[in-house]
Write a protein that binds this ligand. Sequence first.
Ligand code: G1P
Length: 291
Amino acid sequence: MAALVRKAVFPVGGLGTRFLPATKALPKEMLPIVDKPLIHYAVDEARAAGIEEFIFVTGKGKSAIEDHFDHASDLDAMLRSRGKAEAADELNSWVPAPGKVAYTRQQEPLGLGHAVWCARHFIGDEPFAVLLPDDIFLADVPCLKQMVDAYSGRGGMVAAETITGPDISNYGVLDVAKDQGSVVSVRGLVEKPSPADAPSDLAVVGRYIMTPKVFEYLDRKETGAGGEIQLTDALSWLAVEEEFAGIRIDGERFDCGTQAGYLRANVAFALQRDDLRDGLKSYIRTLDLGA
Ligand code: G1P
């Protein structure tokens, strides 16, 4: 049976000013967690969920992302000439096949909804995923795979996480119609509400599945929170038109859009590595961590 969700959109046009000066000449999506760029984690996760076509919505200064997902013949030849065929094969193993990756530019920074709208002609008439590379997950079953496995093939679905306190205002928040445990049915979403106005404590975290019906709303170019064209507003409209679910993700999420989350992710992912774990643990044990 053909996979229900075959295409994924990666909005990578953002400036990453929080990480200056690192992001002056480097796309923020290329910042490494241990030794792999953030965007690479999102692409691996998409592939593990059955995604076959990868659509990047880019902007100025993002060509390093295209180079990263391209065949590098010079590097390949150099590694082979030095007897490192295995390393060369590894580098080739995750490069998308010709024609399976597309790049389009979001010409103006008009918001996440606008970025997704820029990918509309690549999507055609089938449900698709959106992955925000700032959020990465440590999970036995990759986040998007958990979603695809639970997706009915109709309507939309978002990854959700409970956020307590004022931080809820940094997220899209679910208006829950029925809470069925790991999956909740959703009647609407609100982008970055004040804590008092948040319809629940369930926030959207960086992974989405939606039908192309969402473009009917995005075509209108209506602006929302922050004067931007918000994906959350389009999904709130979709939740009225079609069935819509949130799924509590089994695993740990790292918000690599902040320095603190980025640092935590580096530690957590390094501790997963057999070649780094012991050394890192011994270093941490030597630290005087205070109270
Ligand atoms: C975006 C979305 C928001 C979502 C968040 C998840 O916000 O607009 O709805 O909850 O990603 O990380 P941003 O973090 O780009 O401000």
